[in-house]
Structure formats: C-alpha cells, structure tokens
Write a protein that binds this ligand. Structure first.
Ligand code: ADP
Length: 276
C-alpha cells in the first residue's frame, strides 16, 4: 500500500473483492446443483425407459407372432377347404409378419452387440450415392402407400461399413414410412462437401418438435405425440443409427423438412480425392 493511500478506501476495495468472490462462489454452487438435479432426473428417466423397454419388447415380439401362429394353424387345418388364391394370401400375411419379427430380432441383436461394445465394423471405401440407390431400391416394397424417391446423382465416396450403412438407411426409411401419413413422400438424398458425404432422409409427416429433437436419439425414447400412438417400435432405431454413424467416424442430426416433416441426416468421412 502506498504511504499516501487512504486506509478506508483500501478496506472498501477489499470488501468489494470479497463480495464478488462470494457471489461467484454462490453462482457456481447454484450451477452445480442444477447440473446434479438434471443428471439425477436423466438417470431416473433412463431407468424408467429401460423398464418400459423390457415390457415393450415382449409386446412387440408377440404382436407379429400371434398372427403367424394363427394363420399357420388355419392353413394346416383348412388346407383343402380353401382356394389357392386364399392360401397365397395367407402365406403372404405369414411372410409379412415373419419379416417384421426378423427386423425386430435383428435390431435387438445389433443393439445387444452395441451395448456390449462388441460391434465389429469393416470400414472400406464405399460409393455412397451408388450404395444408397441400391439399398433404397431393395426397400421399394416397404410400403405401397408411400412414394419413395432418391436424389443420388452426385458421386460421393465415403469410408463406411456396408452392413452398418444398410441398417442406417433401413431404420431411417422405415421410420419415415411409419411416422408419415399414407400417400406421404419420402426423399432420400446423398450429397458431399470437401470433408463429408451426407445421407439425408426427408418425409412430410408430423416432424419432430424442438424439445424432442435431442431426445429421440436416446436409447428407449419413444415420442408420445407420434401418429396417435399407433406406430409400433422399440425406441432403439435412432440410437442405433447414431451409434453406428459415430462408430464409422460420422455424425447424425435432425432438422425440419420444408413443409414441416422430419429431415434426418447422417454424415460420414469422405475418401480424399476420389469419386464414385
Ligand atoms: P421407434 O420408432 O421404435 O419408436 P426410434 O428410435 O426409431 O424408435 O425413434 C424414436 C422416436 O422418434 C419415435 O418413437 C418417434 O416418436 C420419433 N421419430 C423417429 N422418426 C420419425 C419421423 N420420421 N417422423 C416423426 N417422428 C419420428
């Protein structure tokens, strides 16, 4: 302190500094409490969703299994009493339900591997536009009540695992079908910039509210506002999409499509100086 300094003024400075320190300490404590509260709430919610998941799985597996057993039993008992056309129709229904069951089981297996960090990926150079066009063509029969279009003109070469990419495309397109109304248009696009290749799946369904945009990628999360609760699912599809994309060095996100639907995107690392 200088000799000519006023001691009262110096005490005032010191008290001011202490007050500021105390205020800052209180603000930090309030922040820490808010974070702890938030984490507790999320953990509690995760636990609740996990329990819900177990009962949803049992229900979802039984839903396609019941008609499979019913139709198969009917066929066995009444084979001679029904026409070829009726038989073909019934076998078709058995096939559709068995396919639903297979998809559910495949998702569960993928999810199980992911949870145990056992997912093995084979990363290779993949012509994204070409591969996505091929995958979407395979999904043509996924819904006769929706229009599925691709815009994959620009050649883009990315580093990816083909099976994981197929699972991503399948999950995003089947969600678009599931959550958008009959007659809806689903557009699958691939584009690329200097560093990334991008897959975009857009629909003209109800879209995702801003509060739900982050949560829908959480494991077991299912929206309550979707299609009046009619759509079926386990709440692991988008969690799988995100985990698979990240395992390939990519990212995922959700925006609003023009007209209000959902616009999901997945970016993947681009192969340098190459084209498809
Ligand atoms: P699931 O479809 O089995 O419920 P997902 O993880 O695939 O699980 O999706 C999580 C939630 O995100 C869904 O329950 C649904 O509410 C919402 N969602 C996913 N895709 C769409 C979409 N294209 N349009 C509207 N909502 C969607």
């Amino acid at each position: 302190m200088r000799d000519d300094a006023d001691p009262d003024e110096a005490d005032g400075d010191e008290a001011g500094r202490l007050r500021k320190l105390l205020e800052r300490e209180r603000a930090i404590r309030r922040q820490a409490e808010a974070i702890a509260e938030n984490v507790t709430r999320r953990l509690y919610e995760a636990d609740r969703l996990k329990s819900l998941f177990v009962s949803t799985v049992s229900h979802e597996l039984r839903t396609p299994l019941t008609p499979i057993l019913g139709f198969a039993e009917g066929l066995t008992r009444r084979w001679d009493a029904i026409s070829d056309e009726e038989r073909r129709g019934i076998v078709g229904r058995i096939y559709d339900n068995a396919s639903t069951l297979r998809l559910l089981i495949e998702s569960l297996l993928d999810f199980g591997q992911l949870e145990q960090a056992q997912l093995r990926l084979t990363i290779e150079n993949v012509a994204l536009s070409h591969e996505v066009t091929r995958l979407v063509a395979q999904l043509e029969t996924i819904s006769s009540r929706h229009v599925l279009e691709t815009d994959c003109e620009t050649p883009v070469m990315v580093q990816a695992d083909r099976t994981a990419l197929a699972r991503i495309v399948h999950n995003l397109v089947s969600n678009a079908v599931k959550y958008s109304p009959e007659g809806g248009r689903i557009q699958v696009t691939t584009v690329g910039d200097a560093e990334r290749g991008m897959l975009i799946v857009e629909d003209n369904g109800p879209g995702i509210s801003s509060e739900e945009k982050e949560r829908i990628f959480d494991r077991f999360y299912r929206s309550h506002a979707d299609s009046g609760g009619k759509a079926r699912g386990l709440g692991i599809g988008l969690a799988l999409v995100r985990a698979l994309a990240e395992a390939m060095g990519g990212q995922t996100g959700i925006d609003d499509a023009e007209g209000g639907g959902a616009r999901f995107w997945v970016s993947l690392p681009k192969v340098e100086a190459a084209a498809d």
